[in-house]
Design a protein. Structure first.
Length: 399
């Protein structure tokens, strides 16, 4: 079915098609229309689910943890300070290996207060043990939500589907919503590996000792460190699983093929712009203009941020003359978080390009195409002038 709707409706439609069984909802701009649309689906009988309004984002994730622990397919959504309010529960969901899916409509973090878009909210949670996927348009939003449930339930790790607040959440774009029977054939019903069951009582996630110890059956059980090691290893193993999920999705629906990074005019590029979210599509206009001027530039949109797809990034960027990382977040006192990850991945590359960092769009600051054009052109013409100090684009005044 072909729709022209908002990004939030695209996300809600993906949740409905995935047959989520429990939805925990607390409103926060710009996520609110997503959970409102899901409430409509439930009220109209188009989605058979428990819709649970809660008093806070912390409680929303607590509801999802309880529902997932009981064997239900659980979903919630949030933005900005709401995501931060969940922080304790985010770590619990990951440590408990619960396959929860959550949409994050990206928004800047207060203080000072802002309701506009950047990526600081989800980037600040990159080390919480959640898989993070970033969508570039409405089609990727709905497709990523469906794939996220499959991935989460296959590897028993929760997944965030992140997309730009307002730029995607509230704008209207065309997208295809797959037929329910095809989604049902692609995404099997959720069968929890372990779940709370009154007929088979057990304890989950009790206090764990630092060292290994025998369990009630006399078998050696892992300590805290072994459990963390397993989560890390399984996060890394989630990448080939995502490749397989994406391949199956493409075979079923005819879309996909770029589960880790999305290239644009990359094959013959000497210089590559790297970014996440809708900015990677904005950059395509800049690249097309510079191509007409004789500069061989391409764009790489990072679609999977955690686990970090280092091998795919090295394959795409090794041998290029320069790489420019544009991002709407930073690690305060250091540099852009994505930039640091890209540099780390390229450190041992046989043909390592020069890498530069640009910070822009924080708190919804307008990103003008002319500013992108000037920054990319100057960096391509003088890549040797790059360094580890981020270049700020659109800064009006500074101390």
């Amino acid at each position: 079915m072909h729709l022209i709707e908002s990004g939030n409706v695209a996300a809600a439609t993906g949740v409905k098609l995935s047959r989520a069984q429990v939805i925990a909802a607390y409103p926060i701009t710009p996520q609110t229309p997503l959970t409102e649309k899901l409430s409509e689906f439930v009220a109209e009988g188009r989605l058979k689910a428990e819709y649970i309004p809660v008093e806070s984002e912390h409680s929303a994730m607590a509801v999802c943890i309880a529902a997932s622990s009981a064997g239900a397919r659980a979903f919630t959504a949030t933005s900005a300070n709401g995501l931060l309010y969940m922080n304790e529960q985010l770590h619990w969901a990951a440590g408990a290996r619960l396959p929860i899916v959550m949409c994050v409509a990206n928004r800047g973090i207060g203080a000072p207060w802002t309701v506009w878009n950047d990526h600081q909210d989800s980037v600040s949670q990159r080390d919480g043990g959640w898989i993070q996927m970033y969508a570039n348009d409405h089609q990727q939003i709905i497709d990523s939500v469906i794939k996220a449930f499959f991935l989460a339930e296959t590897v028993s790790i929760p997944v965030m589907v992140c997309y730009d607040g307002y730029l995607l959440s509230h704008t209207y774009m065309p997208f295809d919503a797959p037929e329910q029977d095809k989604v049902d054939a692609f995404l099997p019903a959720f069968k929890a590996v372990n779940k709370l069951d009154p007929d088979n009582p057990s304890n989950f996630n009790t206090v764990t000792l630092p060292d290994v110890r025998p369990d009630i059956h006399g078998n050696m059980a892992p300590g805290y460190m072994e459990i963390r090691h397993t989560l890390h290893q399984d996060m890394r193993r989630a990448m080939p699983v995502l490749e397989d999920v994406d391949r199956r999705f493409m075979e079923t629906f005819g879309r996909g093929g770029t589960p880790f990074v999305e290239p644009y005019r990359l094959d013959d590029a000497d210089h590559v712009v790297v970014c996440m979210g809708s900015l990677s599509y904005h950059m395509r206009d800049v690249v097309d203009t510079l191509r007409k001027e004789g500069l061989a530039v391409g764009v790489m949109g990072v679609q999977l941020y955690r686990p970090f797809p280092d091998e795919a990034i090295v394959t795409a960027l090794s041998g290029k003359r320069s790489v420019m990382v544009f991002e709407k977040a930073l690690s305060y006192g250091n540099q852009g978080a994505l930039f640091a990850d890209i540099k780390s991945a390229l450190y041992n590359a046989p043909k390592r390009p020069l890498v530069s960092n640009f910070i822009l769009g924080l708190g919804g600051r307008e990103i003008k195409t002319i500013h992108l054009y000037e920054a990319v052109k100057q960096s391509c013409e003088h890549p040797e002038k790059t360094g580890d100090t981020p270049v700020w684009i659109g800064l009006k005044c500074q101390e």
